[in-house]
Design a protein around this ligand. Structure first.
Ligand code: GLU
Length: 498
């Protein structure tokens, strides 16, 4: 089995295309097949090296690797269509010589006029076939006069193209509705339909798995395979990824590219797992599967016919699962850019990194995405009693005699206490309870406000020891200074007294 992913480097990697890459990869990896990456950059105006680089780095980020491709090489290279021009020219000329293709001199204006006329009289709006019947002498004369023709493929008249689609079953197209497609543009560049057929044939591709947006190209391609004397591969066309309103997922719906989801802080294993579930079901009601397990179970038989809707809430749910499972040290690495974005740039050394890894579960157990980690851990780095009391509700609560007493008793209790771990924090809270008679919410809510400057946040049992471990870090460890609980309680009592 040889499959391929063949992106055009004309923009970002859309999640729908990423899913196409993933399905090809899953099939190849699950069946010991070969996965080929081919860059389809024949559209010189729209293709850019930046887009190619972004697409490649996004597929890699998703964890997909390829056996043959523009960077890895392989026995059927080159793997970039712009480097294969001579092949397309050769096959285009072969088609002309055999009568399967012809030169077309029709101008844009002529084609537009023909099209308008066809539409007006209720005929199919495809190419009218004007140049089909030009004589060789006429062609030669016009070329000698400096006209540069395109080359068109001669589609068989009155014929039904049939193929068995691995997802959709039997598909039929009558050639009445298929115009002769351009296979080499007037500027000399090959068109998609020719390049894709030549490449899939020469690269020995056995299964073409791609988006349904290409299904109307398939009959033209099958006719080209036949005219060129190649055996067509098997085809599978995947239903497109849709937005919530059941139209193809596009910018109108929000994020659409792998890069955007990466920047929002989704983990690659979460995005890959979620993308696989759009249109494929592993069975047994299971949804959360590592990629290797998906490859083991993947089959086109379980790919649905109906379009899958992209649901970011479901993606967030999958992401939460993988955030909880991920190594904290890895999450620290991935979260650092988001701290920088949040105005907390840091360059932690080993001590700093291991501290951050120790506090990461406080955040990763309760966020949807990595970009929410800095907000969740801000309680460590940014504490201000005055700012806390600037909040109307907090101020009103802390102005009560009961809460004020708790805050003052806490400051007294911690003044001479060592740094708090979980047990010492419990002991201190008990001492405050004994001193003030407050308990439950009346005790812990003022404590929370006094130690974190916030009315809500992660569990105190976790956050208090984290603050005090942070307060002991050497300044050289490369993370912002963390004010300890003792100092926080004292500052809060002072602010209340003022
Ligand atoms: N280059 C085409 C695209 O990006 C892929 C065509 C194909 O898979 O046959 O849509």
């Amino acid at each position: 089995m040889r499959v391929r992913f063949a992106p055009s480097p004309t923009g970002k990697l859309h999640v729908g295309n990423a899913r196409t890459a993933l399905f090809n990869w899953l099939l190849a990896r699950g069946r010991g097949g070969t996965f080929v990456l081919r860059i389809e950059d024949t559209d010189v105006e729209r293709s850019t090296p930046e887009s190619e680089a972004t697409i490649i780095s996004d597929i890699r980020w998703l964890g997909l690797d390829w056996d043959e491709g523009p960077d890895t090489g392989g026995p059927f290279g080159p793997y970039r269509q712009s480097e294969r021009a001579a092949l397309y020219t050769r096959y285009a000329h072969q088609l002309i010589e055999q009568g399967h293709a012809y030169y077309c001199f029709c101008s844009r204006e002529q084609l537009d006029a023909d099209r308008a006329e066809a539409l007006a009289s209720g005929r199919p709006a495809h190419y009218a076939g004007t140049c089909r019947r030009l004589l060789t002498e006429q062609v030669e004369a016009r070329r000698a006069a400096g006209e540069t023709p395109a080359i068109r493929f001669r589609v068989r008249d009155n014929y039904e193209v049939r193929f068995e689609d691995a997802v959709r079953g039997e598909v039929r197209f009558h050639t009445d509705v298929i115009g002769d497609p351009i296979i080499v543009r007037a500027e000399g560049t090959p068109a998609y339909n020719l390049a894709v057929v030549v490449d899939d044939a020469l690269m020995g591709i056995t299964q073409v798995i791609r988006g349904e947006d290409h299904i109307s190209n398939t009959p033209r391609q099958i006719l080209l395979y036949e005219a060129l004397g190649f055996t067509p591969p098997a085809f599978a066309h995947l239903a497109l990824v849709m937005g919530q309103d059941h139209t193809p997922l596009s910018k109108r719906h929000g994020a659409t590219s792998v890069g955007e989801f990466r920047r929002k802080g989704y983990l690659p294993e979460a995005l890959v797992n979620y993308l696989a579930l759009i249109g494929w079901s592993p069975g047994n009601d299971e949804e959360l599967l590592p990629i290797a397990e998906m490859a083991r179970r993947f089959s086109l038989d379980n790919v649905g016919l109906s379009a899958g809707v992209f649901d970011e809430e479901k993606l967030a749910w999958v992401n939460r699962h993988y955030l909880k499972a991920a190594e904290p040290a890895r999450l620290v690495d991935l979260a650092l850019p988001y701290f920088a974005e949040a105005g907390l740039s840091m360059t932690p050394d080993e001590v700093g990194l291991s501290y951050l890894a120790s506090v990461m579960p406080i955040a990763s157990s309760s966020v949807d995405r990595l970009n929410q980690v800095p907000g969740r851990l801000a309680v460590l780095f940014d504490f201000s009693a005055d700012a806390a009391l600037g909040d109307e509700a907090v101020r009103a609560e802390m102005a009560t005699a009961e809460a004020g007493a708790v805050a003052r008793a806490l400051a007294e209790e911690l003044a001479s206490a060592p740094r708090l771990d979980r047990e010492r924090f419990r002991a201190a809270a008990n001492a405050v309870k004994a001193k003030t008679g407050q308990k439950g919410k009346g005790l812990f809510h003022p404590i929370r406000i006094a130690l974190t400057g916030r009315a809500e946040g992660p569990e105190l049992d976790l956050v208090v020891p984290a603050i005090d471990r942070g307060a002991e870090l050497p300044a050289s460890c490369g993370i912002p200074i963390i004010v300890g609980c003792r100092e926080r309680a004292a500052a809060f009592a002072r602010a209340l007294g003022a």
